[in-house]
Write a protein of this length. Sequence first.
Length: 327
Amino acid sequence: MESLEKKQYQIDFNNILDHVRVFAPATVANMICGFDVLGFAVDHPGDEVAMYRVAQPGVRIRSIAGDDGRLPLDADKNTVSACVKMLLTHLGLQDELGVEIELTKHMPIGSGLGSSSASTVAGLFAINTLLGNPLSKTALMPFCVEGERLACGHGHADNVAPALMGGITLIRGHNHLDVISLPVPTELYAGIVFPQVDVPTRDARQLIKEKVLLKDAVTQWGNIAGLVAGLYESDYDLISRSMHDVLIEPTRAILIPEFYEMKSIALAAGALSFGISGSGPSVVAIAKGEAVAMQAATEIQQHLTAHDIDSFKYVSAVNVHGPKILG
């Protein structure tokens, strides 16, 4: 992470807020064909962080709700508080400011919807807001990436970038990160279904082949380029033709029960494309129009129910705003 001097930031202690509550959205990483380089935010679900200024310096977690007791309350081990501490240290405020955090999870952990990134982004957006927004979203990005490194051992931006920036983002590079916001066609919707099966992110990543055939790589490059062109032109047919994954999906699909049956249902319902959200097990039907996204997600959920698999369903347009202040 590049170091920035404290003198670049003007922190007025008289204007620091007493409290703030922030929502940050779930995300669909990869956007089917763009492994580790594409992602988009959705309106729901997402996570909330309430942050309070207190007299005692340091960062502490008051409570965590919605996690079934799975997340640590230790401020050094929880990604939200750890990233807040990192930012305060960066600003030279670690011995001057005290904050306490309440985290509310509104989405399941290990869903493939960027659960950890939503929490991290909410926490960093909250502390930045509390301090009067000394950092831009771009300047917050490295801290968000560090949160992903803490959460899953791999510091990548395909979830945190859209969660922080909103919309559809393209990530170029890792050591010298470029985050490019792409156009969002007005009728682009996502029908997301989260089957109640366990697919840990680390396990899903370990299945990925280290070497691929050149012909498959060329196909994937063409699909990513075609998708980006389709977004710029709002060309839904080109978007549909381009959103095919020949590298990652064939391996990860074996971890998700009924995957190809769900794919057939989504395409029959009129979806532009269908694939895995992040590392799964959530799946996404990307559609032109809310009605098609809803039909695809509903029929997929009905299919899973018939096979004794519980699931959650979310239908959303692309969230172009990212995190928002709730109070």
